[in-house]
Design a protein around this ligand. Structure first.
Ligand code: SF4
Length: 479
C-alpha cells in the first residue's frame, strides 16, 4: 500500500483517530477549488476507482459507470462542483496535476457525446442526468459525505462497486478501509504526540520548538531535503494563489453573482499608499486582501492549497503573507517553521476531533485554520511552545459553535469573508498570547474536545447541508 506521507503526491486515506501518525503532507494538499471534501476528495475517489478497475483487469470490460452521491455530497454537491470533480477523477485526473481550464471543455464533451474516457483512455457510456444520481434525502450510515461508484460491463452487468467517504481535507476512505488503521501507523516516530499536552511535554523535555519536533518526525517518512522541498512547494503555491487572486476580477461562477473584490482592493491599496500612513489599521485591509484573493480563486475552481481544507484555504496564506510583508524577521527558515508549526497543530485537531464541516461545522474548517495560523505566527514571532499552544487555543476558543451554512451550496457566502475574519482573528490570538506567559485557563486539548462535542451536538442542517442558517434565510435568485 502506498504510504501517503512518503509520497506527497498521493491522496491520503485517513479518518479521525487518536493513534494515527500524521505528516505535514497530510495537512497541505496542492489541489483545486472549491472544496476539499466535496471537490478534491471526490476527484480522488473517481481516480481511485479507476485504479481499482485497473488492478482487477476490468477497465476494458467496463461499458458504463454510475455515481451515487449521498448526504452532504448530494445536498451541496452541485455548488461544490462534486459532480464535475468525480467525473474528472473517473477521467483519470488528480487534484495535484489537473489543469483547472480543462474541466469545462472535458465535461462539455461528455455531455455532448454521452461518452467518458475512463482513466483517460477507455470510452464508456456516461450521461450526467442518469449516471450521476444525487440522493438528497439519504445518507450512508458510515459518514455524512458518502458516495458509491459502480461499473457495469457492456451487457449491463455489475462488475465492480465501491463506497467512498470524504472525511475532510481531501482525505478519502473506502468502505473496505473505513475505520482501518492509517498506513502511517506502521511507522515509529521519534516524538509521537496525539495531544497538545504531549507535544508540550516533548518540547520541554527536548528543549526544542514545535517545528523542530515536527521536522524530526518527518524524517521517519523521507529525507529532510524532501520535506523542505515539499514545504517550499506549498509556500510557493500559496503565494501564487494570492497573486493570481489579486490580478483577477469579475463575477464568481455558480449563479450568486458574487463579485470578486481582491483586485479592486489591491488597486486601492497600492494607488493611494499615503492613505495607509494616515490609518494604521490599513494593515487589516492587506490581510483581508490576501484572504479574499485565495478564497476567490478557490470559489472559481482555481489552484489552491488545502490548508487544512479548501473552504478555509485563505487563512494560513493570508497570515503567512502578512508575516512576510509586515514581520520584522521573515526569512525562508521562519516561513518553513510557520508551516511546520501550523501542521503540527492541525494534526492534533485531525487526531482528536475533525476538520470536516460535515462532521463539526465551520469551526472545524475556518476555526481550525485560524488556530493553526495563530500558533504558527506566534512561533515565528518568538513565542515559546507554551505561548504557541496558547495562541492556537485562543484561535479556536472564539470560533466555537461556528456553523457551516453556505448560501446556494457555494463556497462563497459566508465562506470568502469568513476567511478574512479567521486570518485577522489568528493575528490577534498570536498577539494576545505573545503578551502573556503561556499560562492560561483553557488548554488547547480542552478547546479541541469542546469543539468536537459542540460539533456532535450541532444539528445536521448546520453541517454543510445548506439546509439551515444563511443558506435558508437568504434567497438565491437562479439565473
Ligand atoms: S461555511 Fe465554512 S465550512 Fe462551510 S463551506 Fe463555507 S468555509 Fe467551508
Amino acid at each position: 500500500m502506498t504510504n501517503p506521507a512518503t509520497d506527497p503526491s498521493s491522496g491520503s486515506q485517513n479518518n479521525s483517530q487518536h493513534d494515527v501518525n500524521l505528516s505535514v503532507v497530510d495537512l497541505y494538499t496542492i489541489g483545486i477549488g472549491p472544496s476539499s471534501s466535496h471537490t478534491v476528495g471526490p476527484m480522488r475517489a473517481g481516480y481511485r476507482f479507476c485504479l481499482e478497475l485497473e488492478s482487477r483487469n476490468l477497465l476494458q470490460n467496463t461499458g458504463s459507470v454510475v455515481v451515487d452521491l449521498y448526504g452532504s455530497l448530494a445536498l451541496t454537491g452541485k455548488g461544490h462542483a462534486t459532480d464535475t470533480a468525480v467525473i474528472m477523477g473517473l477521467n483519470g485526473k488528480r487534484p495535484r496535476n489537473i489543469d483547472p481550464d480543462d474541466i469545462v471543455p472535458t465535461v462539455a464533451a461528455i455531455d455532448e457525446t454521452n461518452l467518458m474516457q475512463l482513466y483517460g483512455q477507455y470510452p464508456v457510456s456516461f450521461n450526467r442526468d442518469t449516471n450521476l444520481v444525487f440522493h438528497f434525502t439519504e445518507t450512508l450510515p458510515q459518514h455524512p459525505n458518502g458516495m458509491r461508484i459502480t461499473a457495469f460491463d457492456h451487457d449491463g452487468l455489475k462488475v465492480h462497486s465501491q463506497e467512498y467517504f470524504s472525511v475532510g481535507g481531501g482525505f478519502i476512505v473506502s468502505s473496505d478501509d473505513h475505520g482501518a488503521e492509517y498506513s502511517g501507523d506502521n511507522i515509529t516516530l521519534p516524538f509521537p504526540f496525539s495531544s497538545a499536552d504531549e507535544l508540550m511535554e516533548i518540547c520541554k523535555r527536548e528543549g526544542r520548538s514545535i517545528a523542530e519536533i515536527m521536522m524530526e518526525n518527518e524524517q521517519s517518512w523521507r529525507s529532510p531535503e524532501e520535506t523542505i522541498a515539499f514545504v517550499d512547494r506549498v509556500h510557493d503555491a500559496m503565494m501564487c494563489c494570492i497573486d493570481r487572486g489579486i490580478r483577477t476580477d469579475g463575477i464568481l461562477p455558480g449563479g450568486l453573482n458574487v463579485k470578486r473584490r481582491a483586485s479592486k482592493l489591491y488597486k486601492e491599496l497600492t494607488e493611494k499608499p499615503e492613505a495607509g500612513l494616515r490609518d494604521p489599521l490599513t494593515v487589516i485591509d492587506w490581510v483581508n486582501l490576501y484572504a479574499l484573493a485565495v478564497n476567490e480563486e478557490n470559489a472559481a475552481g482555481g489552484r489552491v492549497v488545502t490548508a487544512p481544507t479548501n473552504g478555509a484555504a485563505g487563512v494560513i496564506p493570508a497570515v503567512l503573507r502578512y508575516y512576510e510583508k509586515f514581520g520584522a524577521n521573515a526569512n525562508q527558515h521562519n516561513i518553513r517553521e510557520f508551516l511546520l508549526t501550523a501542521a503540527a497543530i492541525g494534526s492534533i485537531y485531525k487526531k482528536r476531533a475533525s476538520i470536516s464541516a460535515a462532521e463539526v461545522g465551520c469551526q472545524g474548517e475556518v476555526g481550525v485554520a485560524c488556530s493553526m495560523a495563530a500558533g504558527a505566527l506566534c512561533a515565528v514571532l518568538g513565542g515559546t511552545p507554551e505561548q504557541v499552544e496558547n495562541a492556537a487555543e485562543i484561535g479556536m476558543e472564539h470560533n466555537l459553535g461556528l456553523t457551516c451554512d453556505p448560501i446556494g451550496g457555494l463556497v462563497q457566502v459566508p465562506c470568502i469573508e469568513r476567511n478574512t475574519m479567521g486570518a485577522v482573528k489568528a493575528i490577534n490570538a498570536a498577539r494576545l498570547a505573545l503578551r502573556g506567559d503561556g499560562q492560561h485557563t483553557v488548554s488547547l486539548d480542552k478547546v479541541i474536545e469542546t469543539m468536537r462535542q459542540t460539533g456532535l451536538d450541532m444539528q445536521s442542517k448546520y453541517k454543510e447541508t445548506s439546509q439551515g442558517g444563511l443558506a435558508v434565510n437568504v434567497n438565491v435568485v437562479e439565473c
